[in-house]
Design a protein. Structure first.
Ligand code: KIV
Length: 264
């Protein structure tokens, strides 16, 4: 089966269908998501916090992104895989092109994502002209949290105007979709109406063209962490803890390994 392409995503958008995306980082999770109708698997630099235990996305390197994006490509065959450009990897067009080319050529991903609006639009325009499919990302920008924090965007007129200007700049630059992260729902819905590329919301309400969630958040994998924008569809942390406890108990009382797990 052919992988979902950027063109397929745009066709879905033009047909009025919702675009469903998940952020995940490894082959086996990708294989499970790929058996559903998930359109886009984003290998986000949230990797740094969700998998690597950092307190922000800033420490994530190109090598980290390449390793995990390649894993997700290996584990999936249907969804479009998008690799995030990590912190400080796209400050100039030359850096952006070199690092995007590495993601596309060394991992097999179909597109890259990078954060920013008006400020990065000229770089994105040249990337797109060079043949790189780009997903934009505005609203809360985790790579800039040291400057901006994690405050919801688009709640006052200045913020609304800024976001719309950013979205239009990204549209003009040729992105095939725009992540809206942590944006007031009325603002996200208004932007979605004003532009002609799909908006993919996370904490941006139901008025976006599609949604993205971090797989670990909706699976309840990170104990005690339940962001408002995420719904826990299951509680895997409890399931895993119960399984680990059973293993520990059975090793201690000698009931594991049993005959089924033993070689003669
Ligand atoms: O890094 C990430 O996973 C993301 C998504 C949450 C949009 O940027």
């Amino acid at each position: 089966m052919n992988r979902t392409s950027v063109k397929d995503i745009l066709k879905k958008y033009n047909d009025g269908q919702k675009i469903v995306s998940l952020s995940l980082y490894d082959a086996w999770m990708a294989a499970l998501a790929d058996q559903t109708e998930t359109d886009i698997l984003l290998v986000g630099d949230s990797l740094g916090m969700v998998v690597m235990g950092h307190d922000s996305t800033v420490p994530v390197s190109m090598e980290d992104m390449l390793r995990h994006t390649a894993s997700v490509v290996r584990g999936s065959s249907k969804a479009l895989v998008v690799g995030d450009l990590p912190f400080a990897s796209y400050g100039s067009f030359d850096d952006a092109l070199r690092n995007s080319a590495r993601i596309l050529q060394e991992t097999g991903a179909g597109a890259v994502k990078l954060e920013g609006g008006v400020d990065v639009a000229p770089i994105i325009k040249k990337l797109v002209q060079s043949g790189v499919p780009v997903m934009g990302h505005i609203g809360i920008l985790p790579q800039s949290f040291k400057l901006e924090g994690y405050k919801i965007k688009g709640r006052d007129q200045a913020g609304i105007d800024r976001l719309l200007e950013d979205a239009k700049a990204l549209e003009d630059a040729g992105v095939f979709s725009i992540v809206l992260e942590g944006v007031a729902e009325e603002t996200a819905a208004m932007i979605t109406k004003e532009i002609n590329v799909p908006t993919i919301g996370i904490g941006a309400g139901v008025g976006c063209s599609g949604q993205i969630q971090v797989a670990h958040d909706i699976l309840g994998l990170i104990e005690g962490f339940k962001p408002k924008h995420a719904k826990q569809f299951t509680d895997l942390a409890s399931t895993i803890k119960t399984a680990f406890s059973s293993y520990v108990n059975e090793v201690k009382d000698g009931s594991f390994p049993g005959q089924d797990n033993t070689f003669k």
